[in-house]
Design a protein around this ligand. Structure first.
Ligand code: NAD
Length: 290
């Protein structure tokens, strides 16, 4: 397939490289990031898009996505599909889908789970919103870049799934970190804590697969001085998107709200910026009850 790839940063770069390795023809555009080997370089996003059957975007936020979509959609050929894999607000995803539909083009919101490791290994999970025929067109590319693609519903459904998943992730990581900090203060050995909880009803991905305590459980960013991994500021971005969506939908999300406030304090008022989101464990440990 002829593919345009816009935004080749930490995630987009390896995703585009996997498409090239699978034999697809990829033309890329990024403001700063270099092109991976085998990806042709376009001088503008519109130039990259004009001959593509699928245009993939992997950008920092909804505002930038809207700007890029405004430039790219008029340049796309009839029948092409715009597939945004960034994590953005549900409103921006729906606005971009409408822009594409107004020009008679299919559009998907297809955010991912799996991080840079999943992008590199081609094991991402895609959660996808948009028309079924556009999903069918892009499915072979999801199969190259990932191990699973779930068609969640209409425009915005992919971002809705992503935001809900990451709200659960933020809340369970905080619960896991504060429980470890409490266990420490109660004199409980960390390995014993892991052995019990990871096979008891307190288990979760945050405990079992991404244990925030160094030297315990699988290798995680905790074993690498809390270098990300998944940075606290990215978790904060996703939690804020969940609260923006909750406000728009009049949904009661008190745990998500508190998680957002804790990560905001960690990133903006404390020393959390640039640290993995599991570094909440040393943060809790430094603090007393007040
Ligand atoms: P990144 O900052 O490494 O990459 C974004 C790229 O977009 C950069 O290279 C930047 O130069 C480029 N860019 C910005 N504005 C542009 C424009 N107008 N035109 C062309 N290129 C432009 O970020 P990332 O880690 O690759 O994340 C990308 C998206 O994926 C984000 O929405 C993020 O929330 C989401 N995501 C990231 C992870 C992760 O672990 N890093 C995991 C899941 C989802």
């Amino acid at each position: 397939m002829k593919i345009a790839f816009i935004g080749l940063g930490n995630m987009g770069g390896p995703m585009a490289a996997n498409l090239v390795a699978a034999g697809h023809q990829v033309i890329g555009f990024d403001l700063t990031a270099p092109m991976p080997e085998g990806v042709g370089q376009a001088t503008t996003a519109a130039a990259a898009a004009q001959e593509a059957e699928v245009v993939i975007t992997m950008l920092p936020n909804g505002q930038i996505l809207r700007e890029v979509a405004k430039e790219v959609i008029p340049a796309m050929q009839d029948g092409a599909v715009l597939c945004d894999c960034s994590t953005v607000d549900v409103e921006s995803a729906r606005a971009v889908a409408k822009m594409a539909a107004d020009r008679g083009l299919g559009a998907l919101d297809a955010p991912v789970s799996g991080g840079v490791g999943g992008a590199t290994q081609g094991t991402l999970t895609f959660m996808v919103g948009g028309p079924a025929d556009a999903f069918t067109t892009v499915k072979p590319l999801f199969d190259v870049m990932g191990q699973k693609a779930v068609h969640c519903g209409d425009a915005g459904a992919g971002q809705s799934a992503k935001i809900c998943n990451n709200m659960i992730l933020g809340v369970t990581m905080l619960a896991t970190c504060e429980a470890f900090a409490l266990a420490d203060k109660l004199g409980l050995d960390r390995q014993k804590m892991f052995d019990v909880v990871s096979t008891s009803s307190g288990y979760s991905w945050s405990m079992n697969a991404y244990c925030p305590a160094p030297g315990v459980g699988p290798q995680t960013p905790a074993d690498n001085d809390y270098k990300p991994g998944f940075a606290s500021e990215l978790m904060l971005k996703d939690l804020r998107l969940s609260q923006q969506a909750a406000e728009g939908a009049d949904a009661d999300t008190p745990m998500g709200k508190l998680a957002t406030a804790l990560y905001a304090a960690f990133v903006e008022a404390e020393d959390g910026k640039g640290k993995d989101f599991s570094a909440m464990l040393p943060r809790f440990e430094k603090r007393g009850r007040s």
